[in-house]
Design a protein around this ligand. Structure first.
Ligand SMILES: Cc1cc2nc3c(=O)[nH]c(=O)nc-3n(C[C@H](O)[C@H](O)[C@H](O)COP(=O)(O)OP(=O)(O)OC[C@H]3O[C@@H](n4cnc5c(N)ncnc54)[C@H](O)[C@@H]3O)c2cc1C
Ligand SMILES: Nc1ncnc2c1ncn2[C@@H]1O[C@H](COP(=O)(O)OP(=O)(O)OP(=O)(O)O)[C@@H](O)[C@H]1O
Length: 604
């Protein structure tokens, strides 16, 4: 049987022979490949392996060094990951359970859940089927442009990180008796075709919450409704009266499960503290799912497809030359948790260090892996609890969970507020006038504003794909409050650049910082002089990113006057070295919030 997955022209053929184990029939996919870089239409790429992940601890070029995160080498990462998987590999009861209920074939459509550990979609697919087909669709829309301002939707560094995640996911699936089918095209074109060819009874996937992803879910459902599985030779065991494959969407992105909230997500408390107190008081966090040692056998597929190169995605490859280089994938994610919690023992001081800006160790750096789903937030929760039992519990150990609740809050907020999270007036529909001055915006984006703290942060972002939380708040405040620029321009630039880009956390934080979100304080202004004095008093951070400042005395690096480029706008409030009213009240609010958190921790 020949199945056409693509309408692309000037294509060469790649044939993919598959045997469906339940029926013993052989199907041949004709997959079209194209030698030219893609892509406006669905097509399967001619696939070459991506450049290998660098595993050395640091790297040098003629002018610069970067630090790998995690810093462990490849072998040590493998050992940590194997050991962690070992702890989560079970046990006879799930195997027994499966042998009685698993029938037919199901598909796992991987999205932002690029992991094996604690992946409920993968687990359910395995539990309900004899054969599991894992697939990832390299969706060309991810490599198009942002909605309003036309920046690349996925910058090259996040694309590289994604490819590393996929390579690692495939490796970890192979270790457990499966593989990962990698196809280039829209999920709504690929998934129904695969379901038909393999006679799949169910497609399992992680549920998303923003409209772009929801639209894809709806299209996949529509596609599946057109598929009727011809004469199954045996019952699938899954209620599916019309033999139409079902899309089973599974909530998996948050630490607290949406079904465990004590309120419907549409009635979410608007204020974070209220949300946090309610969930902490009334819900518990589910434990991670245990997996059997083998998830196989996989469907018989001759060629599982290779990863695309960056060039095939329309991107020009670029190396990180300084700062941090994050290693993509679940193996690296588990290693970073091990490194931060256990090896370097940094969890116990997290709360004191978390507002830093320089280097890998002032904060966890878990966010890129959380965003791609290579790391489960419930796994982090379990590791925090294990650390508290085996080493110590203090306000720092609690604080990592406090921050993960922020992440949950923004995810649930997207369920409640839908597209208004992306609208200029935000969830509160605030009316005010905004500038779209290109000159000002470009100076912000390129790190040429004349304010070293802004410029250093923006250069770190474009060089590495990362910026500290402190830096993000300051850069957001400067763009929105001092430059009065449309906050969505900043949010879309972050969407392009951030390795940890997540629509809910990104747009949630931008609306929050711009005064159009659910911040109880309306004018959250960050005074650059005050922030510089508090968080970079010796000018180390700015001198790292702006080497021309190294020659200036430390206390002047953030206030270099005419030793640096001219300031593009004056500050709205405050002058160099003076704290202003807004910043004081912002500090007061933060400290009050932190005291509340500390009280909460002490009560535990
Ligand atoms: C304007 C702006 C845009 C942002 N965009 C994103 C984004 O696209 N993706 C993203 O993951 N985070 C975003 N954040 C939140 C935060 O800056 C990052 O999560 C954090 O800097 C990641 O570093 P870390 O993992 O070392 O964090 P840690 O300080 O170690 O915190 C642990 C984890 O808690 C979560 N977390 C911490 N702070 C926040 C927060 N304010 N909102 C949501 N989750 C939080 C993250 O998952 C993080 O990995 C944004 C913040 C701002 C102010
Ligand atoms: N995952 C995502 N990443 C980035 N932006 C997203 C995501 N999901 C949804 N959006 C944004 O949500 C908005 C949805 O626009 P859409 O036209 O579908 O609905 P709308 O509410 O009518 O918006 P608009 O009035 O701006 O047209 C767009 O701004 C889109 O970029």
């Amino acid at each position: 049987m020949a199945i056409l997955l693509s309408r692309a022209t000037t294509l060469s053929l790649l044939s993919l022979k598959t045997t469906i184990p339940s029926s013993n029939s052989t199907f041949t996919f004709i997959l079209f490949t194209n030698q030219a870089p893609p892509p406006t239409t669905t097509r399967i790429l001619p696939l070459s392996n991506p450049s290998p992940v660098t595993m050395s601890t640091t790297a040098s070029s003629s002018s610069a060094m970067y630090q790998l995160v995690p810093e462990q080498g490849g072998n040590e990462m493998e050992r940590v990951a194997d050991h962690t998987f070992g702890r989560y590999t079970s046990s006879t009861h799930i195997i027994k359970k499966r042998s009685s209920s698993g029938k037919g074939t199901s598909i796992v459509w991987f999205r932002n859940d690029l992991r094996v550990l604690d992946n409920e979609a993968l687990y359910k697919a395995w539990l309900t089927s004899q054969t599991v087909l894992p697939v990832y669709c390299v969706d060309p829309r991810l490599f198009a442009t942002t909605y309003h301002f036309g920046f690349p939707k996925t910058g090259v560094l996040r694309a590289q990180f994604l490819l590393e995640c996929l390579a690692d996911l495939r490796k970890n699936l192979i270790k457990r008796g499966l593989n990962l089918l990698i196809l280039h095209g829209k999920p709504e074109d690929i998934i129904p075709s695969l379901a038909k060819a393999f006679g799949a009874h169910t497609v399992y996937a992680q549920k998303e919450s923003c409209s772009e992803e929801l639209n894809v879910e709806r299209s996949v459902i529509r596609g599946l409704q057109q598929v009727v599985i011809p004469c199954p030779e045996e019952s699938t065991g899954v209620t599916n009266s019309n033999n139409v494959p079902k899309l089973q969407l599974i909530w998996g992105a948050t630490m607290y499960h949406i079904d465990d909230l004590p309120f419907d997500a549409t009635c979410l408390p608007d204020v974070y503290t209220q949300f946090r107190k309610t969930v902490e008081g009334q819900c518990s966090i589910r434990t991670c799912i245990k997996l059997p040692a083998s998830l196989g056998p996989p469907p018989a597929i001759e060629d599982w497809g290779c990863l695309p190169s960056l060039e095939q995605l329309g991107l020009r490859s670029r190396n990180v030359s300084k700062g941090m280089k994050f290693v993509g994938g679940e193996t690296a994610a588990l290693s970073r948790v091990y490194e931060y919690f256990w090896k370097k023992d940094l969890l116990k001081v997290y709360k004191e260090t978390r507002n830093g800006m320089l280097g890998p160790d002032y904060s966890t750096k878990f966010s890129p892996w959380l965003a791609s789903g290579s790391l489960s937030p419930r796994f982090i929760h379990e590791e925090v609890k294990r650390y508290e039992n085996e080493r110590q519990a203090n306000s720092s150990t609690y604080w990592v969970l406090f921050e993960l609740i922020w992440r949950d809050y923004f995810r649930f907020l997207s369920v409640k507020y839908g597209n208004s999270l992306f609208h200029l007036g935000g969830p509160r529909k605030v009316q005010r006038s905004w500038s779209r001055d290109e000159n000002l915006f470009e100076s912000w984006k390129n790190g040429c504003t004349g304010y070293p703290l802004i410029d250093a942060n923006m250069k770190e972002l474009s060089t590495t794909g990362f910026m500290s939380n402190r830096g993000r708040q300051i850069a957001c405040s400067f763009l929105v409050r001092d430059m009065s620029i449309d906050w969505r321009m900043g949010a879309e630039w972050f969407e392009t650049c951030l390795l940890d880009y997540d629509p809910c956390s990104n747009y949630g934080n931008w609306t929050y910082g711009s005064g159009v979100g659910n911040d109880p304080r309306e004018d959250r202004y960050f005074s650059i002089p005050k922030q510089a004095q508090t968080y970079d008093p010796e000018g180390e951070y700015v001198a790292y990113w702006l080497p021309q400042l190294r020659a200036i005395p430390k206390d002047k690096r953030n206030f270099p006057g005419n030793l640096y480029i001219p300031q593009i706008v004056p500050l709205k409030y405050g002058t160099a070295g003076r704290h202003n009213k807004e910043d004081k009240s912002s500090g007061r609010a933060r400290r009050a919030n932190e005291r509340a958190g500390e009280r909460r921790w002490n009560r535990r």
